[in-house]
Design a protein around this ligand. Structure first.
Ligand SMILES: [Zn+2]
Ligand SMILES: [Zn+2]
Length: 390
């Protein structure tokens, strides 16, 4: 919010509401998938640590934490590099790069399917003897550090840009200009890129265009997660035998090629901005804000719910995000679906006594139905007005 205000005062258009909402939706989806799969990943780490550790380092030693963080960041560099340079991994990581914008909300645009392979890259820490608690701690530090670098508002930082991952060198990582492709993979330290030949400084004479070369141009959260898997599947199934199908999955994105990277002319290129009516944009912002307590509640209590309840709760939240995404896409039926959603939530709160294990406070039984019916009424009136004006 603060970044958006500063950008607004500086006259920079670094935010677009549908894009930012989509980033937030991807962040929620990632957290929800984490609820289900993170425990499996941590369980695997603990198993490898218990059976194959070379030694056991003490968790209460600061030096162990520092060395573990450096080792974690080294593994992160290689995992991040492979997530860009192998198609089946890129299909997961592409979510983080699918925005044409670059702001703090982009940092929240996290993948939901990295649990498929992501855990593999960090098992060397378990074998080296980094205790699970330290591993979880340094993983969190590495992830949280990367939040602040997603901004256009911080310029070059001198020598720091050559040592740490910073807004300047991470902007290069998110660029689709020729010189930006497959560069600056570091998490906290950019020195890995300097050692392994993937470092590139931001250029003052070439404006970075962010995003992916085949733009997604959709605010559909689930499609954002699976679209590249679908593309790979479509390519792989047309191959004559299983070997070449497999080749499609492990090839670099775009396929094996003798020809170098095709040139992308970024002059005159503009950022994607779907003409969602302003009133609908702000309507979705309001509905998103109203949904935040549900997202947070589910993430907070998810591991205490039964499998059925968790599935139901996640399904409810996914439907919410899909419908809000459809409204931003101005898809056919999106208004009808939103009316059904608001009225169903209102009716649900008016009639139910419990909400996934917790008694519904009496005040919410009154407020939620009123807000939802008011939302539906406003949306109906606004849609009529928009149709009338067009
Ligand atoms: Zn990346
Ligand atoms: Zn990033």
């Amino acid at each position: 919010m603060f970044e958006a205000l500063v950008a607004y005062r500086q006259g920079k258009a670094v935010y677009d509401i549908p894009d930012a909402i989509t980033s937030l939706h991807q962040g929620v989806l990632s957290q929800l998938s984490g609820l289900i799969f993170k425990m499996v990943f941590i369980g695997l780490y603990v198993t490898v640590f218990e059976h194959y550790k070379a030694t056991a380092f003490p968790a209460d030693n600061l030096l162990v934490w520092i060395l573990a963080l450096v080792f974690y960041d080294f593994c992160y560099y290689w995992s991040h590099r492979l997530y860009h340079e192998v198609s089946i991994f890129w299909a997961s990581h592409i979510v983080h790069h699918s925005s044409d914008y670059y702001n703090l909300s982009t940092a929240l645009r996290q993948p939901s399917t990295d649990w498929l392979f992501g855990w593999l890259f960090f098992l060397p820490l378990a074998v080296a003897g980094v205790p699970p608690d330290v591993f979880i701690g340094v993983g969190l530090i590495d992830l949280l550090y990367q939040y602040w670098v997603h901004t256009e508002l911080v310029g070059r930082l001198g020598w720091i840009d050559s040592v740490l991952v910073t807004p300047s060198n991470h902007r290069v990582h998110h660029g689709k200009n020729d010189y930006c492709i497959d560069k600056n993979y570091g998490g906290i330290f950019i020195i890995w890129d300097r050692i392994f030949g993937t470092f590139e400084m931001e250029r003052a004479d070439e404006k970075i265009m962010y995003g992916i070369r085949t733009p997604l141009h959709s605010y559909n959260p689930l499609w954002g997660v699976v679209h590249y898997y679908y593309e790979l599947w479509q390519t792989a199934r047309t191959r004559p035998d299983w070997r070449s199908s497999l080749g499609v999955l492990i090839a670099p994105p775009g396929g094996w090629s003798e020809v170098g990277l095709t040139h992308l002319d970024t002059t005159g290129m503009v950022r994607f901005r779907w003409p969602t009516p302003t009133s609908i944009r702000w309507y979705v912002v309001v509905q998103y804000v109203l949904s935040v307590p549900f997202f947070m509640h589910c993430i907070a209590i998810g591991d205490q719910l039964s499998a059925t309840d968790l599935t139901l709760y996640v399904a409810f939240l996914v439907v919410t995000m899909q419908v809000l995404g459809a409204l931003l896409n101005t898809s056919r039926f999106s208004v009808g679906l939103e009316l059904v959603r608001t009225l169903a939530v209102g009716l649900g709160f008016a009639m139910a006594t419990f909400w996934f294990g917790d008694a519904i406070p009496i005040v919410l039984k009154g407020v939620v139905p009123v807000v939802m019916v008011a939302s539906a009424a406003w949306l109906m009136a606004e849609t009529r007005k928009l149709k009338h004006n067009s």
